[in-house]
Ligand binder design. Structure first.
Ligand SMILES: [Zn+2]
Length: 361
């Protein structure tokens, strides 16, 4: 249970591994960042920080030293004409989206040549990463926004190439209504759901508009998750999940990743100006606890930090500076009375169990 236990033991739990279900690694590489550098080194080189990206919080050395063992690494092609993100390569046509996506997939394949990195394609890869004697980072490839899939029939080609999770939406895509773009699945989106199920692709509902979310859950009978989405109870925008949506996901045995972006943690948080409210790890805990409360236990909440996903160190909880501070969330859960098992569930074990039932054998 996710209930607060009677007494707080006062000792830190043995830290297990961490799983982070959302990091836009390859997109940042496309902006010129070197993922193999530690975040603090990147900061020296990006001074001042890249506009609209913020101060770097991620790097392979940081993940390895923090025992982040698995990351869901995104292929995210940016649509052109979105003001907040107009800083790097973007697409205007599906063909252009395809080129950007292939480049990002190519980057992950290249990265996996590094002995410290491994692509996770099947269930046995999960244990191989977790049991590796040297710190090893496993990457599960997640396509965020399905526009690079030119037609639904190509889904299996992406699967063969190593993609295991697809989120049809970002904002609106050719397949789905998305964030700030209400609407159902398109006819192509319905076909995509059928193809994804046939292929064994996992569905990531993050960013899906409410209508397309419900339609997708009805049409798609495979494994479902939300890599990075918080609760509307605390941040009432269409980007977050309503209680009804969270409950529908729990009924499908999904895991929901909590995003560490301040604007998604606290309503009305402002990134600029003097009215900045302090967001802390307490706010992170509120979102995690909310999922636990709706589920009745701790087996559906996880992390999906989205660190460096269009925001930097300026826009994450006050106690955190880089990804190396993720264990502070585990400590805070312990201090809030979560049992050792509950903390391990949230910090990584839920995602591991999810992968072990959702990836191909
Ligand atoms: Zn996103």
């Amino acid at each position: 249970m996710c209930r607060v236990s009677e007494e707080f033991a006062g000792t830190k739990v043995q830290r297990g591994f961490i799983v982070d279900a959302h990091e836009d690694i390859a997109y940042n590489v496309s902006l010129g960042r070197d993922f193999k550098r530690a975040a603090l080194e990147t900061r020296v080189l990006e001074d001042p920080p890249i506009p609209k990206r913020g101060t770097a919080t991620l790097g392979l050395p940081d993940l390895l030293k923090t025992n982040v063992r698995i990351v869901f690494a995104t292929i995210w092609a940016a649509p052109c004409g979105v003001e907040d993100i107009e800083i790097g390569p973007c697409y205007r046509t599906p063909e252009e989206a395809l080129v950007l996506a292939k480049r990002q997939l190519g980057y992950y394949n290249e990265l996996a040549q590094d002995p410290r990195v491994r692509l996770i394609r099947q269930r046995s890869d999960v244990d191989r990463v977790l049991e590796a004697p040297e710190p090893t980072l496993g990457l599960v490839i997640l396509m965020e926004g399905a526009d690079p899939i030119i037609t639904a029939e190509q889904t299996h080609e992406w699967f063969e190439a190593g993609v295991r999770i697809v989120g049809p939406a970002w904002q609106r895509t050719r397949y789905s209504g998305g964030t700030k773009a209400p609407g159902p699945l398109t006819e192509a989106g319905r076909e995509l759901m059928r193809e994804m199920e046939r292929t064994g692709m996992i569905l990531d509902v993050s960013h899906q508009a409410e209508a397309s979310f419900h339609e997708a859950l009805d049409l798609f009978h495979g494994n479902v998750m939300a890599s990075h989405a918080n609760s509307r109870t605390y941040v009432p925008t269409d980007r977050q999940l309503s209680d009804e949506m969270i409950s529908a996901l729990i009924a499908r045995n999904a895991v929901i990743g909590t995003v560490l972006y301040n604007a998604f943690l606290q309503a009305n948080w402002k990134e600029t100006g003097k009215v900045k409210q302090k967001v802390t790890i307490r706010d992170v805990l509120k979102h995690i606890k909310h999922v636990c409360e709706l589920a009745g236990d701790s087996t559906h909440a996880g992390l999906g930090s989205d660190l460096d996903g269009g925001f930097g160190a300026e826009s994450i909880p006050a106690e955190m500076d880089t990804v190396a501070d993720l264990p502070k969330i585990g400590d805070a859960l312990t201090a809030a009375g979560f049992s050792e098992q509950d903390v391990h569930n949230v910090m990584g074990q839920n995602w591991v169990r999810f992968l072990k039932r959702s990836l191909p054998p």
